[in-house]
Ligand binder design. Sequence first.
Ligand SMILES: NC(=O)c1ccc[n+]([C@@H]2O[C@H](COP(=O)([O-])OP(=O)(O)OC[C@H]3O[C@@H](n4cnc5c(N)ncnc54)[C@H](O)[C@@H]3O)[C@@H](O)[C@H]2O)c1
Ligand SMILES: N[C@@H](CCC=O)C(=O)O
Length: 522
Amino acid sequence: MVGSFRNEPFVDFSVPENRRAMEEAVARVRSSLGRHYPLVIGGDSVTTREEIVSTNPARPAEIVGYVSKADPELADRAIRSAYEAFGRWSRYSPDARARVLLRAAAIMRRRRLELNAWQVLEVGKTWVEADVETAEAIDFLEYYAREMMRLGAPQPLTPLPGEENEQRYIPLGVVVVIPPWNFPLSILTGMTSAALVAGNTVVLKPSSLSPVIGAKVADILFEAGIPEGVLNFTPGSGGAVGDVLVSHPLTRMIAFTGSKEVGLRINELAARTAPGQKWIKRVIAEMGGKNAVIVDESADLPAAAQAIVTSAFGFQGQKCSAGSRAILLDAVHDRVLEMIVERTKALRIGDPALYETQVGPVVDLSQFKKVLEYIDVGRREGRLVAGGRPFGESAERPEQAGYFIEPTVFVDVQPQARIAQEEIFGPVLAVIRARDFDHALEIANGTEYGLTGSVYARDRAKLEKARHEFHVGNLYFNRKCTGALVGVHPFGGFNMSGTDSKAGGPDYLLLFTQAKAISEVL
Ligand SMILES: NC(=O)c1ccc[n+]([C@@H]2O[C@H](COP(=O)([O-])OP(=O)(O)OC[C@H]3O[C@@H](n4cnc5c(N)ncnc54)[C@H](O)[C@@H]3O)[C@@H](O)[C@H]2O)c1
Ligand SMILES: N[C@@H](CCC=O)C(=O)O
C-alpha cells in the first residue's frame, strides 16, 4: 500500500551535523571528478572518441567529467532501440512501472547529499538551491508514481445498460526528452520519469552543460529497474543530435524544457511529417520567462523587498521563474527600492562549495559574456544602483577565477526597455515605477512571456483584480515567484513561456498518454 503524496522535507544546514555531512559529500564528489561516462543505447555502454568536457563554473579548470557524445548515427540507433523496447515496456502494468519510480526515489533519498554535491560542482548551485532541487526530483518520482496508479485504475464513465465500457490511458511510443541545464537533476528526472511511468520508452538528451548529472540519473533509473532499451542516454550537440531525434519518423513525442528559441525550432521541426511517419508528433515545450513582482502600497514592504531579492538572485537569476522585473507603485517606490538595494548589497558572493555562499557563478563563459552585455545595455536604459560588474578576479580572468557577476539592480527602467522585455537569465533586476495598480498590471502583462508573477498587497480588491488579470501560468500572492512545489503548485506558463503543461500537477501524465475507449455489447 502506497501512502498519499507528501513533499520531501529540505535538509537544514544550520544543524552542524548536516553541515559536516554536506562538506564531506562535496569532498567525496570532488575526489571522483574527471571520470568518463558512456552513452547507453539498448542497454549497451557506448564510448565515443569525441566527448563533452563538463567543467565547474566556479573553477573552470576543474573538470567534472568527460561524457561520450552521440552523433546522428548513434541518435538514430537510440530511437530504434527505444522503438523496439516499447512493445515490452508498454505491457508492464501501470503499478509495476510506478514501483520502479518509487525505488528510484528511495535511491535518490539515500544519495541525497551526493546528488546535491554534483549540482554544486557541475552547475554552481548553492547548497540550499541544490538541496531544494534534489527534493524536487524525489517529489516528481513519488508524485508521478501515484499519478500513474490513479490513471491505471478504472476510470468513471456513464453506465449504459447492455454494455460494458471502459477508458484506459495507454502510452504513445518513443518520447525524446530534452531538458535544460538549470534544473539538471529535477526537470530531467521529472520529464523522463513521467514519460517512462506512462509506459513510453525514452531517448534522453541532457544539456551539454550538465551531462554528468544526467548520467547519474540514468544510472539511478537503471538501478531502480528500468529495463534495457527502455531508457537510452544520448548526450550530444543540440543542433546535430537534437535535430535527428526530433525529426525522426519513429519519434512519437518530444518533451522539451529550455529557451524560447530552441522550443520554437523544435515545435516547427516536429510539425513536419517525415516519410514513413504514422502519427502527428506531440510536443510539450516549457520555455522562458520575464517574470514580475508587483508591490502595492498596501503591501508588507520589507517582506516584498526580501522576496524581490530572493526571486531575482536565487541561483544567480538562472531560473525560468526568476523575478527579473520589480514593479513598484509610485507611493512606495523609493522605500522599497532602498530595502532592495540594501539586501542586494548584503548578499555573499563566492564559491558555492562553501556553506555560507548565497550567490555563485553563472553557468559558463558564454552566459557570463551575455549577462555583462545586458548590463551594458542596462546602463543606457536605466540607472545602476547595485552591482554591475564581474565579481573579484572574474573581471580580469574569468576562465581561471570563475564566472561570478555581482547581483545587479537598475532603476528608472521603462517597461519597453530591452532589460525589461528580454530574458537575461542572470543576476540582473529591472525596477520599474508604476502610477497605480492598473498600470502595474499593464506593465506586468506587457511582455511576450507569461510564466510566473507575484503580487504583494493586503488590499483584497487588488488581489482579486490580479487573480483575473495577471496573465501568468503561476501566480503567487504575498510570496516570491520562484520555488513551485510538486503537487502544490503545478508549473508551466502561458504565451511564449510554453505549452503550460503543468509539471508536478494532476494533468501532467495525461500529456504522455492517449485515451482508448473500449465498449462491449453484453
Ligand atoms: N518553463 C520552464 O519550466 C523552464 C524550466 C527551466 C528552464 N527553462 C528555460 O530554459 C532556458 C535555459 O535552459 P538552456 O540554456 O538549457 O536552454 P536551451 O534551449 O539552450 O537548451 C535546452 C535543451 O535543448 C537542447 N538543444 C539545443 N538546441 C537544440 C536543437 N536544435 N534541437 C534539440 N535540442 C536542442 C540543449 O542541448 C538542452 O538540452 C531558459 O530560457 C529558461 O527560462 C524553462
Ligand atoms: N519550477 C522552478 C523553476 C524552473 C525553471 O527554471 C520554480 O518554481 O522556481
